[in-house]
Design a protein around this ligand. Structure first.
Ligand code: AVJ
Length: 319
């Protein structure tokens, strides 16, 4: 049994005040929006796990294929003694990387979900004698404080979650990652790639309706946390491809005119019939754009791998 430590940088009530601020800002704006991070309560995380196994949702399988084939190369290129994983969740895909990183001293999973970190972190520490697991409860889109661990460091941001950030947020995020790195450290980034529109839309609007349930779950979160009276059945799940921005947009479309009350915010929100609430942007990338954005952040692209079908990419860039 190796050491397992958990540090909470995020104050206990940060989640609550951030949710209030996000809901207030997002539902009073035009168009109405909600940030995707609020999908992931226990039920939402369960639904996302289910999504990753759907026939239409290829990104998880494509990324796993790359990790399986390339973990050794990634390990050799980075020589990492510390692996920091942003948005680690269940740490499931990371196992291939952990197996390949033979000189690894410390694994730092970072997530806003303390329960996911404790579960995954304890299991890993038990399985891997000699590996220090130092979990961090933190919001990696804010400024992060990392424990002092030996370099070289490898920061992994997998799953294509960078696509949830809007372009300006992405620029700020990459700059903050760059600021955590010393010369010789590296970033391993997972990005979903631009492809046929039908394939993309199906991945976000599956036949079994799991993504629809995942999308509507954010309303349940707001009902529970802020005492709101959203009726999930009064909204339709919508997934559209925005060709100009090259992103998938998930929306909840109000079926009829309705007013939703949010007592904790002293707010009543009117929705017109057919009015959209944007709940997620999932940007898709091209190789040149990934390279440009990394470059602009002061990260030099070193390697680029895709799955056999060219649907998803992992890139390794160095500080
Ligand atoms: C977890 C952000 C990578 O954007 O594909 C899955 C979330 N949303 N189906 C994605 C998601 C709808 C997913 N990420």
């Amino acid at each position: 049994m190796s050491p397992f430590r958990l540090t909470r940088t995020l104050p206990e009530d940060a989640t609550d005040s951030a949710l209030r601020a996000d809901v207030l800002q997002g539902l009073t704006g035009n168009p109405r929006t909600l940030p995707p991070k609020w999908f992931y309560d226990a039920r939402g995380s369960e639904l996302f796990e289910e999504i990753t196994g759907l026939p239409e949702y290829y990104p998880t399988r494509a990324e796993r294929e790359i990790l399986l084939a390339r973990s050794r190369e990634i390990a050799e290129a980075s020589g990492a003694r510390t692996l920091i994983e942003l948005g680690s969740g269940s740490s499931e895909k990371t196992r291939h990387l952990l197996d390949a990183l033979t000189g690894l001293h410390t694994y730092v999973p970072v997530d806003v979900s303390e329960s996911a970190l404790t579960l995954a972190g304890r299991a890993l520490a038990a399985e891997r004698p000699g590996l220090n697991v130092h979990a961090l409860v933190d919001d990696f889109t804010d400024h992060m404080t990392l424990p002092g661990t030996p370099g070289p460091r490898l920061v992994a941001f997998l799953g294509g979650t960078i696509g949830n950030l809007l372009p300006a947020e992405r620029t700020a995020f990459l700059a903050s990652v760059r600021a955590m790195l010393a010369p010789g450290d590296a970033l391993l980034l997972g990005t979903d790639l631009v492809k046929d529109e039908k394939v993309l839309v199906r991945a976000y609007d599956d036949a079994a309706g799991v993504t629809a349930a995942f999308n509507k779950n954010v309303l349940t979160v707001i009902n529970r946390e802020l005492g709101a009276d959203f009726d999930p059945a009064a909204f339709d799940h919508v997934a559209v491809w925005d060709a100009e921005h090259e992103w998938i947009e998930m929306r909840l479309r109000s079926r009829d005119r309705q007013t939703v009350k949010i007592p904790a915010l002293n707010l009543a929100v009117d929705f017109g019939a057919g009015e959209n609430l944007r709940t997620e942007v999932s940007a898709k990338f091209r190789k040149e754009r990934v390279r440009e954005e990394l470059d602009a952040a002061g990260l030099e692209s070193a390697r680029w791998w895709t799955d056999e079908k060219g649907r998803f990419a992992l890139s390794l860039s160095v500080a």
